[in-house]
Design a protein around this ligand. Structure first.
Ligand code: C2E
Ligand code: CA
Ligand code: CA
Length: 448
């Protein structure tokens, strides 16, 4: 048995690092390709080559060279996580196979982070050494759907990366490279924008139809870049999330919104601000502390803060989330579930969640006057909310007709262009104290 194990080890694994060798790699690639064909995802094959490895080997000796190889192999293994493969092909050549890739952006950030990790100085044979790598990336199905093709394309791309001055990664196709560059470009600009305070928060009123007042507003992030102009949060928030920038940005948003609400409170205007919390932020352990901190710094009464979490963020890891939401609840903060109806909700869990508000997604309101299914869904959500004693905000109400229907269904809070677009703070104040009076007579107008 031991001899058998030994033979297997020799046949499929590299003896220096214990990583899969070329033979096993082929099996793994085939598996990954089959799996991703089934679940409509991509496979990324990354070929990594240590820059100037020969120089290191010649100057520090083979032992140091081996140490370095082992170090990189450990780092890669740690970095790729389970379900993916790391293999060693030649002296200083490694292959990473990422399976079930849903979005190419994931590969871009993986490669970018990996380059940065590898660049960190390490201790070898008593001295500090820094190395860089060049990476080539091929994708299934774009560049091929067989292991050999993917390896060949990744290899060519890797030579391209060397030619580009090393310490970088290249996709096999030019189109993919351009996309990757655009992503990283936005990421870089976001970092600069945080440093230079280039973000603003706008506030969109939520009208309470029961009292005909504005007591709530959603804080929405705005970024105007000197060259790119206005960039929609729908475009840059996903990049901020994947690159981790959202953590720092989210903190700023939280504080800014709290200070603004406190300013309104001081002026005698009690507006509860609703702050969007990205799922990446929500999973972060110190979010509770950050929220506490923002409240303390701004001295905002706690009941004037609400956090908005998307339905899909809340409904993943349900058991964990109940506890997490309860902590906010215990602090006296409100919780709203955003984009309700677009994800999936377990109704039995919904009952257990300490939440206050459901925000019906705009996609259901949009065609509510023409699409019976949408109307039925909205009605059902309202009934559900009523039974569970939750508030409802109808989002994206643009026309009088939509408003009339929603009002008939008994919705209490309305957010949408019909009343107002998101506004900068000063304009928001003006809207609430002056302009809203004209708009709030819509019901009378309807009768009259
Ligand atoms: P969301 O949280 O669902 O925000 C509502 C979006 O609907 C906002 O788009 C708002 O301007 C828009 N909207 C409101 N009423 C109407 C209407 O009547 N018609 C139409 N066509 N649109 C309406 P916005 O500001 O472009 O934000 C897009 C998304 O970006 C947000 O969707 C949210 O997911 C994200 N986002 C915005 N600000 C933040 C933020 O501060 N933090 C985080 N994590 N995400 C944010
Ligand atoms: Ca929202
Ligand atoms: Ca929403």
């Amino acid at each position: 048995k031991q001899a058998q194990d030994k033979i297997k080890q020799l046949a499929f694994y590299d003896s220096l690092t214990g990583l899969p060798n070329r033979r096993l790699l082929h099996d793994r690639m085939t598996q990954a390709i089959n799996q991703s064909t089934k679940n409509y995802s991509y496979v990324a094959v990354l070929m990594l080559d240590i820059d100037k490895f020969k120089t290191i080997n010649d100057s520090l000796g083979h032992k140091a060279g081996d140490e370095l190889i082992k170090h990189i192999s450990r780092l890669l293994t740690k970095f790729v996580g389970s379900g993916n493969t790391v293999a060693r092909l030649g002296a200083d050549e490694f292959i990473v196979v990422l399976s079930s890739v849903k979005d190419i952006k994931e590969v871009v950030y993986f490669a970018e982070n990996l380059l940065a990790q590898i660049r960190l100085p390490i201790e070898i044979e008593g001295g500090a050494v820094s190395v860089t790598t060049s990476m080539g990336v091929s994708l299934c199905p774009m560049d091929g759907d067989e292991g050999d093709d993917l390896l060949r394309c990744a290899d060519l791309a890797m030579y391209h990366a060397k030619a580009e001055g090393r310490n970088n990664f290249q996709f096999y196709t030019r189109e993919m490279n351009e996309k990757a560059l655009a992503q990283l470009d936005i990421e870089r600009r976001l970092k600069v924008a945080i440093q230079n305070n280039c973000f603003e928060l706008y506030y969109q009123p939520q009208v309470d139809l029961k009292t005909n007042e504005i007591t709530k507003a959603e804080a929405l992030l705005r970024w105007t870049h000197p060259e790119l102009g206005f960039v929609s949060p729908a475009d840059f928030i996903p990049i901020a999330e994947e690159s981790g920038i959202i953590i720092e940005l989210g903190d700023w948003i939280l504080q800014e919104a709290c200070f603004q609400a406190r300013e309104w409170h001081e002026a005698g205007l009690d507006i509860r601000v609703s702050v969007n919390v990205s799922s990446v932020q929500f999973k972060q352990t110190n979010l509770v502390d950050n929220v506490k901190n923002a409240l303390e710094l701004s001295e905002l009464p706690k009941h004037l803060l609400e956090l908005e979490l998307t339905e899909s963020a809340v409904m993943s890891d349900v058991e964990d989330n109940i506890g997490r939401l309860q902590m906010f609840k215990d602090m006296g903060i409100r919780i709203a579930v955003d984009d309700f109806g677009t994800g999936y909700s377990s109704l039995s869990y919904l009952k257990k969640f300490p939440i206050d508000t459901l925000k019906i997604d705009r996609s259901f309101i949009m065609d509510i006057d023409t699409n019976e299914n949408d109307a039925a869904i909205v009605k059902a959500i309202m009934l559900l909310a009523d039974t569970m004693q939750l508030n409802v905000v109808a989002e994206g109400v643009e026309t009088l007709e939509q408003l009339r229907i929603i009002d008939n269904y008994g919705a209490q809070y309305i957010q949408g262009y019909f009343f107002s677009r998101p506004l900068p703070p000063a304009e928001f104040t003006k809207f609430v104290t002056e302009e809203f009076a004209d708009k709030s007579t819509w019901k009378l107008d309807l009768i009259g």
